[in-house]
Design a protein around this ligand. Structure first.
Ligand SMILES: Cc1cc2nc3c(=O)[nH]c(=O)nc-3n(C[C@H](O)[C@H](O)[C@H](O)COP(=O)(O)OP(=O)(O)OC[C@H]3O[C@@H](n4cnc5c(N)ncnc54)[C@H](O)[C@@H]3O)c2cc1C
Length: 565
C-alpha cells in the first residue's frame, strides 16, 4: 500500500479546459479537489485560445429563438465524421454522450455563476452538409475583469487576443474593416468608451480564452477547489490495476497525492514535443504551433506506460500560419486563417497551381497542404494577392493598408512585383503556369462561381471572407498591381489524438478494458470529433464536456458504473 503525503477525493493533472469544470462539479457534490498545473500559469492553451466551445443545441440558441436539436446535430456529425471506424474517440456512443451532455454542462456552468453567451453568426465548417448550422452553435465567456482575481490575476495565462481596446472575440473580428464601414467606426467608438470606463472604474477586461478560464478560475477558487502551479505530475500511482493517485513535486521533492475517487488527466497534447511529432506527425514542426508551452505530451506517454490505448495520433488542429522574420520564435504566430479566403487572394503550390477551396476549415486546409506536398512541393505554399487585398485586409497580424516592415521585403518574406509574370519569376514558378492559374481564378470571379473548388458555395467560406465585398464575400479578382506573395505553412494550435476513452471519459486499455480510477479529457485524448473539425470550438468544447462527464462519473454517489476501489 502506497503511503500518500496527502489525499483528495478527486485529483486533476493540468489546468486545461475540463479541469476546473470537473473540479466545480466534484465540489458541487461535496468532494475535495486538487488541480496540479505544471507551468507557472493557469489555464493551458484553453486560456490562450479564442475560448470558443462548439455546443450544438445550447441554451443560448433557445434563448435567441434559433432552432437546433440533438437529432440535427447528430445528423451533422454523422455526415462529417461518417462511421469513424478508424477513430475510436469518435464512436457513436461517445458522440451521443457529447451531444447529450454538452448543453447540460453549459446549464451547470451557468448555475455556478459563469457568465457565458453565444456568437450569433459562426457557421459550422461544413454547414452545407445535413444538419449543418449557419447560426452559431458556439458558446463563449462574456468579457471578464481579471482584476476580480486579486493575487491570482498574475497566474492566469493570457489570451492571444491582445488588443488595446476591450473587445469581445466577435467584435475583434469586425475591426479590420474600420476604414471601410461606418458600422465598424461606430463599434470602435463604443470600444473606446468601454476602455475609458474601464480605466476610470479600475477594470481590466480580458476576452476569449482568458475570459473563459479567468471566470472558471474565479468560480473554482470560490468553490474551494485547490489549485497549485509549478506542480508537474510525474507519474500515476497504480495499485491492484487501479489508479490510486499521482506523484508530483513539492518543494523540490517527490510528493505522493492520493485520489479516493479518481484522477483526471487534462494535460494537453504534444504540440511542443518534436520527438512525438516526428513519430506521429512527420513533416510538422514545433516552430509552427501556437499551443501553450506546457503542451509536451508526457502525460500521454505516462498513460501509455500504464497500458492505455492511443488513437488518432496523426491528427492536429491545423491552423495555417505565415511567418514574417522573427515570428518563428514568437509565442503568438500570425494566423493566415482568413487570408486566402478573402477576395483578391488564392493559395498555390510551389508549381503555381491552385489545389483547394481556400475557404474550408483550418484543419482541412492544413491537411490539404500536407497531402498535396506528397505529390507536388506545397510546404510552404504561396498566398498570391494583389494591391486591393493589401489595402483592405490584414497581413501577418498587421492592419489593412498599413506600411509593412522593411525587413519583410529585404528578407524575401514578402515578394512584390508589377506583374504576375515577374512575381512568378521571383517565386521560381513557371510564368505560364501561375499566369494561367490567376487567369482561371479571375474567370471564376467574373462568373461568381468557383468551378474548380466551389469556394463561396457554403456559408463558412463567405464568413471567412469580407461581408462588405459584393457580389461575393470570398471571390475577388487578382488584377491590380503590384502583385504580392507570402509563404503559408501548415501550422497548428494543438494536437488532436491521444488516449482512447469511453463514454464516461474513462481511459481504456488496448483490449478495451477500463483502467479503473483513470479519466482523461481534452487533447490528451483521441478526439470525439475524430479526424475532422466540425465547427468553431471543437477542441475546447470537448475538453469541458468530458471533464464534466468524468467528474460526474467518479463523484456522483448513485452512479452505477462508478469505479470500484
Ligand atoms: C491562439 C489559439 C486559439 C484557439 N482557439 C480555439 C477556440 O476558440 N476553440 C477551440 O475549441 N480551440 C481553440 N484552440 C485550440 C484549443 O485551445 C486547444 O486545443 C485546447 O485548449 C486544449 O485544451 P486542453 O484542455 O486539452 O488542454 P490545455 O488547455 O492546453 O491545458 C493543459 C494543461 O496541462 C498542463 N500540463 C501538461 N503536462 C502536465 C503535467 N505533467 N502535470 C501537470 N500539468 C501538466 C499544461 O501546462 C496546460 O496548462 C486555439 C488554440 C490557440 C493556440
Amino acid at each position: 500500500m502506497t503511503e500518500f503525503d496527502e489525499t483528495y477525493d478527486f485529483v486533476v493533472a493540468g489546468s486545461g479546459g475540463g479541469s476546473m469544470c470537473a473540479g466545480l462539479l466534484a465540489k458541487s457534490l461535496g468532494h475535495s479537489v486538487l488541480i496540479l498545473e505544471k507551468t507557472d500559469l493557469v489555464g493551458g492553451t484553453t486560456a490562450r485560445s479564442g475560448g470558443v466551445m462548439w455546443i450544438p443545441n445550447n441554451p443560448f440558441m433557445k434563448r435567441d429563438g434559433v432552432e437546433d436539436s440533438y437529432e440535427k446535430a447528430a445528423a451533422y456529425l454523422d455526415s462529417v465524421l461518417g462511421d469513424a471506424a478508424d477513430a475510436p474517440g469518435a464512436s457513436r456512443e461517445r458522440r451521443h454522450t457529447y451531444l447529450t451532455e454538452a448543453p447540460r454542462m453549459i446549464e451547470f456552468l451557468a448555475g455556478q455563476g459563469i457568465r457565458l453567451t453565444r456568437v450569433s453568426e459562426w457557421p459550422d465548417y461544413y454547414d452545407e452538409r445535413p444538419g449543418g448550422s449557419v447560426a452559431g452553435r458556439t458558446v463563449v465567456a462574456e468579457l471578464f475583469d481579471v482584476n476580480e482575481l486579486g493575487l491570482w490575476k498574475e497566474k492566469l495565462r493570457p489570451s492571444f487576443i491582445q488588443l488595446s481596446l476591450p473587445a469581445t472575440l466577435e467584435e475583434m473580428m469586425e475591426l479590420p474593416a474600420y476604414k471601410r464601414s461606418w458600422q465598424v467606426k461606430w463599434l470602435m467608438l463604443k470600444l473606446a468608451l468601454r476602455g475609458l470606463a474601464a480605466k476610470l472604474g479600475g477594470k481590466h477586461w480580458v476576452a476569449g480564452g482568458a475570459a473563459l478560464q479567468g471566470r472558471m478560475l474565479q468560480a473554482a477558487l470560490r468553490a474551494g477547489v485547490e489549485l497549485r502551479t509549478g506542480s508537474p505530475v510525474k507519474e500515476l500511482i497504480v495499485e491492484d490495476d487501479a489508479v490510486k493517485g499521482v506523484t508530483t513535486v513539492k518543494d523540490g521533492h517527490a510528493w505522493r497525492v492520493g485520489a479516493r475517487l479518481g484522477v483526471l488527466i487534462n494535460a494537453g497534447g504534444f504540440a511542443r514535443n518534436q520527438g512525438m511529432r516526428d513519430r506521429y506527425q512527420p513533416g510538422t514542426s514545433v516552430k509552427w504551433t501556437m499551443a501553450a508551452p506546457g503542451d509536451t505530451g508526457e502525460m500521454i506517454e505516462e498513460m501509455m506506460r500504464r497500458g492505455a490505448a492511443i488513437a488518432q495520433m496523426e491528427e492536429r488542429v491545423g491552423s495555417q500560419v505565415t511567418l514574417p522574420p522573427g515570428a518563428e520564435e514568437s509565442e503568438f504566430k500570425p494566423t493566415a486563417q482568413a487570408m486566402t479566403a478573402s477576395p483578391h487572394a488564392i493559395l498555390v503550390d510551389q508549381s503555381g497551381v491552385r489545389y483547394m477551396n481556400e475557404g474550408g476549415s483550418y484543419m482541412a486546409y492544413c491537411k490539404g497542404m500536407l497531402e498535396r506536398n506528397k505529390s507536388v512541393p506545397a510546404v510552404p505554399s504561396w498566398a498570391i494577392f494583389d494591391s486591393q487585398y493589401l489595402r483592405k485586409y490584414m497581413l501577418a497580424g498587421t492592419m489593412p493598408g498599413s506600411k509593412k516592415p522593411q525587413n519583410w521585403t529585404d528578407s524575401g518574406y514578402l515578394k512584390a512585383a508589377d506583374s504576375i509574370d515577374q512575381l512568378a519569376a521571383q517565386l521560381k514558378i513557371d510564368t505560364a503556369t501561375l499566369g494561367a492559374t490567376v487567369e482561371r481564378f479571375n474567370g471564376f470571379v467574373a462568373k461568381n462561381r468557383d468551378e474548380d473548388f466551389h469556394r463561396g458555395e457554403r456559408a463558412y467560406d463567405n464568413w471567412l471572407g469580407d461581408w462588405l465585398h459584393q457580389p461575393s464575400a470570398t471571390l475577388g479578382a487578382i488584377e491590380k498591381a503590384p502583385f504580392y506573395a507570402v509563404p503559408v505553412l501548415p501550422g497548428d494550435v494543438g494536437t488532436y489524438g491521444g488516449v482512447v476513452t469511453d463514454a464516461q471519459a474513462r481511459v481504456l486499455r488496448v483490449d478495451g478494458s477500463v483502467i479503473q480510477g483513470l479519466y482523461a479529457t481534452g487533447v490528451s485524448t483521441a478526439s470525439v470529433m475524430g479526424r475532422a473539425y466540425p465547427g468553431a470550438g471543437s477542441s475546447v468544447g470537448p475538453s469541458f464536456v468530458w471533464g464534466y462527464v468524468a467528474a460526474r462519473h467518479a463523484c456522483e454517489p448513485q452512479s452505477s458504473t462508478r469505479p470500484s476501489r
